[in-house]
Design a protein around this ligand. Sequence first.
Ligand code: DX5
Ligand code: ZN
Length: 216
Amino acid sequence: MVKIAPSILAADFTRLGEDIRSVESGDLLHFDVMDGVFVPNISFGLPVIKDVRRVTDMPLDVHLMIVNPIKYVERFAAMGADIITIHVESDTPENTRMALERIRSAGKRAGLSLRPATPVSALEPFAHLLDNILIMAVEPGFGGQHFMDGTPEKIADAARLAAALDHPCDVEVDGGVNHQTAGICVKAGATVLVAGSDVFASADRAAEIRYLRGAL
Ligand code: DX5
Ligand code: ZN
């Protein structure tokens, strides 16, 4: 059964606690952290993770769309993040490797994400350090975009890379996940689906999460 990670980027921040409770039937809670440099948008950061950690037992799935994440991964770990995914395009290969090692040394699960234009082969030098591969189905920076062509092929490439590892590694898809695209992602090999606008725009969020979880 595919895991569902509602993205709080689509939540109402004037009632974040209530919105989180409304999606607690999800498997993970996804945080889209943006710095306005790696992506042309600024969202939220460490204080939000710290406070949300106090109000939910959901695993916190932190997606860092920031430059030089090596400078912050240990602080996100200390704030209570459970999975910390950085972008392979956001720093040098050496710093990326060190950042992944620091995430794991902090006892957390380490992930790498790819912009749509970046091939899965870019992850190969780091594959032994990965517990999660996050495939962007949209250009990172904004929720509510359309699922891009070519994404199923990238999911399949990532699933092949993950299957070749000697340890478990999730294949997570982020962006434009909804009734039309969830099944396509699962068929291609996705094990986790991020859903922001689709879930938070639903009149019955728990029902929507159930629907997406059953997508085939
Ligand atoms: C893009 C973000 C979005 C968000 C989910 O940087 O990562 O993909 O999580 O967006 P939607 O609303 O398309 O599910
Ligand atoms: Zn994300």
